[in-house]
Design a protein. Structure first.
Length: 357
């Protein structure tokens, strides 16, 4: 240590003699270290002198493990700057169901990447923000509304700038394409429409001729599952689910108190039925009545305008198909066929014609 101090003293003397105003050591690494408990003091000149800490282009200056160059860079960093937007930050007005792709942009004065995040308000349902690119995209809802939201642009130093934007959505007229058929009237709704159909027609667009729209008891359709077919007093192996039009047929044990019932699955506008006798030439129903219900507990007979229970003609032979249209449509979920007269045991195969409500 004594020799080092002597060396430094000699160098300082040489520099003093030479009239030099600085002391510079150039070496791959220069370490100034005090003894245990000692201090390292760097003092500027007494007459407004300065102390400079300089790194090379890629170097760092560490104080207690912290790179002061990064700290200085953060202190000198400026917050992002939003690009010029239209008045009040409006991003436009869009008709419901429009696909949008809008990009909001901010720049970092230091040229670093920006991250975007919604910090207030709400986007239109179905619209989202890409946090990396600032793209706002999606399909706008079909409703008259103003959506206001705040987006924060943040640089890699944590500096940020907020901007408020608005998107206006306008409901489109769902009836403009004239979707209702057969004289139906279109009623516009939010993101939807409904059709008020003439009595004989039904379906979403009044496209169904209800008196000819089979619900699907027929074996060629079978939209009605077996579990929705039931019967009272079935004969032998002729179960209720055999009572499908063009099937083998349901047969009752006796004319009195036997019946076949179809559950349509929901309350529908019921218009007509078709009946056919069972496959066996001995089993067919010549006349019958019908009852109907919305809940499966409270049944009413199908009646005429004078409130008399109507008796309908069935099959005159086992394979004859007879279609009957009701005097007026009825609302029903359950349709019950009740034999009145028959050849031996009452047998039948049926289809129901109705339109969904």
């Amino acid at each position: 240590m004594a020799s080092l101090m002597l060396f430094v003293a000699v160098v300082c003397q040489v520099l003093r003699i030479a009239g030099t105003a600085f002391f510079e050591v150039q070496y791959p690494s220069v370490v100034l270290s005090a003894e245990v408990g000692g201090n390292v003091t760097i003092r500027a000149g007494p007459d407004i002198g300065s102390i400079f800490l300089r790194s090379s282009t890629r170097g760092s200056i560490y104080i207690d493990g912290t790179d002061m160059m990064i700290v200085i860079e953060m202190l000198n960093s400026l917050p992002p700057i939003w690009s010029d937007m239209s008045e009040h930050g409006s991003l436009g007005t869009y008709l419901g169901g429009t696909s949008v792709s809008i990009k909001v942009t901010a720049q970092d004065p230091e040229g670093n990447p920006i991250r975007y995040e919604k910090v207030s308000g709400a986007f239109p349902p179905g619209v989202v923000l890409n946090k990396a690119t600032g793209e706002i995209s999606g399909v706008t809802p079909d409703i008259d509304a103003v959506y206001e939201f705040g987006i924060r642009a943040t640089d890699n130093h944590g500096k940020h700038a907020d901007q408020t934007f608005t998107i206006l959505t306008r409901e489109k007229n769902q009836c403009r394409t004239i979707p209702c058929k057969n004289g139906g009237s279109c009623i516009d709704d939010i993101d939807d429409y409904s059709c008020s159909c003439p009595t004989a027609y039904g379906g979403k667009n009044c496209q169904l001729d209800c008196a000819n729209n089979a619900v699907g008891v027929d074996v060629g359709l079978m939209n009605i599952p077996d579990a929705q077919m039931s019967a009272h007093f079935s004969h032998a192996d002729y179960a209720a689910w055999n009572g499908r039009l063009k099937g083998s047929g349901w047969v009752g044990e006796q004319v009195v108190n036997s019946w076949l019932q179809i559950d349509l699955g929901s309350v529908m506008d019921w218009f007509a039925v078709t009946m056919q006798g069972a496959v066996s030439s001995s089993y067919y129903t010549t006349t019958y009545t019908m009852a109907y219900s919305e809940d499966g507990d409270n049944f009413q007979d199908v009646k005429d305008t004078a409130s008399n229970t109507l008796i309908f003609n069935g099959s005159t032979l086992f394979d004859t198909m007879t279609k009957t249209i009701l005097p007026a449509p009825l609302q029903a979920r359950y349709v019950r066929f009740i034999p009145r007269t028959a050849a031996t045991n009452p047998g039948m195969r049926v289809e129901v014609f109705a339109c969904p409500k």
